[in-house]
Design a protein around this ligand. Sequence first.
Ligand code: SF4
Length: 312
Amino acid sequence: MLGNVHKDLNVTHLDVNVIKNLPIEGLINLKKVTFCGNFGDPLMHPDLNEIVDFFQAQQITISTNASLRSKQWWSELGTNKNVTVTFCIDGIGKEHEFYRRNTSYKKIIENAKSFIEAGGTARWQFIVFKHNEHQISEAKELSRQLGFEIIEFIYSDRFDTDDKWKVYENNKYLYDLEKPAKQITLKSHLNSKPGEKYWKELNENKGPISCVWSEQRKLYIHSDGTVYPCCLLGSVRAGKNIEKLMLKKLIKDYKQIDLYKKDLISIITSDVFKKALPDSFKEKPFSHPVCIEFCNKATGKYYTSDLLKSVN
Ligand code: SF4
């Protein structure tokens, strides 16, 4: 995030035994599990097969770059009737690799074919940028030919602060990713002045916060074992310092939400989930900027998503 890899990024796999300790037999309403790769790619997990087998009674969605693993592995995955794979393919050919750096478009398509031919349900997610927006019709046609169930075009929120996003490697500037022509960002929707961040307008015009993930009865488990109401709060610890500090003020002690230290039921009945976070939605003592940005009812990204996300 924000350029180079952060020095304090905790690069780790969630221990398979932590997952196996989840009380899923008692969670009778647990219908869906998504391996979403907030900080990485689920296919990197060495115990992925064991984890897939563990959630036999749930519908599993794996969201991935899909540039890893053999065709044989993909064929076997395709025989799991409870697994859907979201292939994140942002363009056709080299355009895809512009954003999904160091992946191989050719290998991804081979993997998708193996998975689909074995009976797997595949979805295609396509993030639209300036460099790939001319490929939308072609991608729709290709997705039909390859047998994808659906193709979904979405926008990235990277462009909320600027229409360009600089790509770096080891401190070396490489190139810009650019906003597609039709994308309306939160910044432009709020009519923020040039050069200004959108925060001033967002704060002045915000409505009450309503936690979208709680309403949808969802929960997020991070790769380090910590549990959050959503993936957005879960990614704060790799983000801006001010956001990290504010989250720490709310959570106080991360051990309270850590599956390596506590079981899931203790975590979701803890003060963090029962008091600190619900109070923060009501600005007691303050609302976290991420919650304002996404979940305030007047200008939050979730509540303005029809406007901000629609792609023709
Ligand atoms: S951003 Fe905050 S309010 Fe919105 S879903 Fe996440 S935790 Fe809930």
